[in-house]
Write a protein that binds this ligand. Structure first.
Ligand code: ATP
Length: 351
């Protein structure tokens, strides 16, 4: 049932906009890949090329090694779920789910049985008689998922499926999508611009930038070892702290840290990218830094710390927020971990 998907040099231009600029990416059978990137980077266009709603100007889409680039949408084995639930308002849930089966002339008894099975799978076994307007957004999206799975597609395409839902439902439903996807073993492409969503749901995260693949890897790798400053910035938050490079080490805030990955060759004055959770603050009356703001998030708190002209962000456990209130004098140190080093940008003030 499941299949590999390959984007090979995919290119799509709309007037003066290049939506896809030679996208190369291979997705293994049964894998859930998140396409992540800022608005306009080509995520939806890539997905639509798999569904058959879009034809690339160059390059190819291969499913299990077979070129499907010019195959009509209705002859592709792909099920798609959109951000706006896009259920048929005049059909009840059962008929929405069974719609594709009806088009394929599957007898009523058989398609009703299949709809019941799918509604069970998405956790709505008692909702078959309801109409879309009688259901919450989360429930409608479950129905849309059931409908997308009705024809047993080999590839599941999810285009920002959770973006219209509120935060709690979004988390529950993404966990369920993942559970279902693993249970069915279906190759899935999940488009999102939400980095937390991508990291939590995917086997691999593919970060797109201007229609090209910037980096692709398991969530922890993309987060911990971003290959470019763009990925580092987009997947999480980064501090940019000035440092001095020497070989494979960098001196930053008076500490010597190992550098992982490529280093700029043009200058030893660099911009060191460090995650807020790698910045440790300790209350100290002799400290050279001061906490200027704190935003409490329950399990953690994000502190803004003034260090001379530089401001750095530090994430601390929530229970520490009380003793690290704004106005507290602190010393700052960095956790010894590999960091990404980039060309110094003008925006970074000297410490
Ligand atoms: P978003 O998260 O905002 O949906 P995206 O990464 O999914 O962004 P796409 O929808 O793939 O991006 O669009 C990529 C670029 O191509 C955008 O600049 C968009 O405006 C443009 N584009 C997409 N479809 C069309 C179209 N049919 N006609 C003209 N321009 C288009």
């Amino acid at each position: 049932m499941t299949a590999s998907v390959e984007f090979r040099g995919l290119r799509r231009v709309f007037g003066s906009t290049t939506a896809l600029d030679g996208l190369d990416l291979t997705i293994a059978p049964g894998e859930l890949i998140a396409l992540l990137g800022p608005s306009g980077c080509g995520k939806t266009t890539a997905l639509r090329c798999v569904a058959g709603f879009e034809t690339p100007d160059a390059g190819a889409v291969l499913v299990d090694g077979k070129d499907i680039t010019r195959l009509p949408a209705n002859r592709r084995d792909a099920g798609m779920v959109f951000q706006s639930y896009s259920l048929f308002p005049n059909l009840n849930v059962r008929d929405n789910v069974a719609f594709g089966l009806r088009v394929r002339k599957v007898p009523a008894a058989k398609r009703h049985a299949r709809a019941a099975e799918l509604l069970e799978l998405v956790g709505l076994p008692t909702h078959a008689e309801r109409y879309p307007h009688e259901m919450s957004g989360g429930q409608q999206q479950r129905v849309a998922l059931a409908r997308a799975l009705a024809l047993e597609p080999r590839v599941l395409l999810l285009d920002e499926p959770l973006s219209a839902l509120d935060a709690k439902v979004r988390v529950t439903l993404r966990e369920e999508i993942r559970r279902l996807q693993l249970e069915l073993g279906i190759t899935t492409i999940f488009v999102t611009h939400d980095q937390e969503e991508a990291l939590s749901v995917a086997d691999r995260v593919a970060v797109l930038r201007s229609g090209r693949l910037e980096q692709c890897g398991p969530p922890a790798e993309v987060y911990d070892r971003p290959s470019t400053p763009f990925v580092a910035e987009f997947v999480g938050t980064m501090n940019h702290i000035p440092g001095r490079l020497s070989g494979n080490e960098v001196t930053v805030l008076g500490q010597l840290l190992p550098v992982d990955g490529p280093v700029p060759s043009s200058s030893s004055e660099v911009d060191v990218l460090i995650r807020p959770e790698a910045v440790l603050v300790t209350p100290s009356s002799e400290g050279s830094a001061m906490i200027v703001a704190s935003s409490f998030r329950g399990s953690s708190a994000r502190l803004r710390v003034q260090l001379g002209e530089l401001e750095v962000l530090s994430d601390v456990p929530g229970h520490e927020a009380m003793r690290l209130a704004p106005g507290t004098r602190v010393s700052v140190s960095l956790v010894q971990r590999p960091v990404l080093v980039a060309e110094r940008t003008a925006a970074v003030p000297a410490v």
